[in-house]
Design a protein around this ligand. Sequence first.
Ligand code: AMP
Length: 499
Amino acid sequence: MNLLQQMAEVVVASPNKVAYQVGAEVLTYGELWEQSNAVADRIVVKKLPKHCPIVVYGHMSPHQIIAFIGVVKAGHPYIPIDISIPSDRIIHIIKAANSPLVLTSEPFNLAIESEAVEIADLILTGEKTKDYKERWISEEEVFYIIYTSGSTGNPKGVQISHSNLMSFVHWLKVNCILSEGVYLNQAPYSFDLSVMDLYPSLTSGSKLHAITKSQIENASLLFKELEDSKIKIWTSTPSFVKICLMNPQWDAVQMPYLTTFLFCGEVLPHQVATALSERFPQAKIYNLYGPTETTVAVSAVEITKDILLRYKQLPIARVTSSVVKIADENSDRLSNGEKGEITVWGPTVSKKGYLFDAQQSMKVFKNVLGERMYKTGDLAYEKDGFIFYAGRSDFQIKLHGYRMEIEEIEKQIENLDEVMGCIVIPIKKGDEIISLTACVVLKESIVETSFLQTRKLKRLLESRMPSYMIPKKILYMEVFPLTMNGKVDRKRMAVEMNL
Ligand code: AMP
């Protein structure tokens, strides 16, 4: 059964069940179905070019979800764009995707050539509408397109088909043992981490509880919302949960229904997983790994107490995985310990690659003996039957002729007992890297002066890494700034710290 058919079954069985909640607003499965039919209806009468993408702009309103489903029912892929995306980038995406229609659930007043329509106006029909089964996105067609940052400076539109998404949802439900309950959505819909809760939740008759940007920015609102939500399945970036952990009262007593943490998108630090396992002893913690190009995540390792005891760095996959492999130029699997690039294989790898960018697609997507493969640019190595992430190949730098991985230095600093998190920023003069600066969040605030604190940390580092790798400067921060996707924002940090 495809995802729309699975949702249709839930609608028939429990039309009055709540599908989505944000603040005090709720949407039942019956309303979601009817109102997305209305959206599909209004799109169909526009007679747009076949399969052209439709942009859906907004934040966490239920209208967003109604529009996503309405668009795919009308036979088009949708492009989710969150309010946090800068306007120049939005204009660029609409143009680059050749999207003739933008559906909006938040005020939208950018000068674009495409038609912009409020979703609210499309669903104020009152009449019974058809569900256009014959037009629904088929399994081979593109379901959504998510724009990720490109190394060229322009975002790339990753095309994910209905069958890519079906494979992902099925795999996630089986591997992380997901069942019905309340799912948390923290990530904006323009970030594919949101897909990790949206479709598993809607296809299992669960309630998706979304939290908004303004709730996240106001600690008392955030914790009140979390406490009232009865969340069972938690999906977020590690950076977001790190913010929650700063509240010492946030634990299993406040969130008694929580059984599962799903993390993806960036390194899950050991300290974060340890703190969670102490505060939520009954909950399972999964470290998931995957790029947008391979549909959200392709591997998951349950971080057990045993793993926390044995490894300082947490594994992202098992070597038995048939989809995550470590390769170099000459072989598709390296032996124990050697570092190589992660390639991802199998049914969740985007079949169509980047929208209107065959050149970039050819560089990273390959067809090998009938199998689709994506070259991630992530480095990893195998140990004890696990795969460990070893940074981006593009985070490799040269300083005074020495080759080093920025993330290796960060890891070494994070391994120090007093350090909660560390980001290392290369300082450049022209094109040349002349020194390194470490931005550090301490577990406890500095007791001495920052000069003495730095001297102490540098001394500890001397025994752990060569002196050329020890950052020249260490700056102390309360928290790291986050990108709109909830990952650590290295660029903003450099600007804020005048680096
Ligand atoms: P995105 O396409 O925005 O989801 O970013 C994907 C990238 O995030 C991957 O290529 C990795 O570099 C990084 N990433 C995702 N999951 C993890 C993880 N569990 N540990 C470390 N890095 C990760």
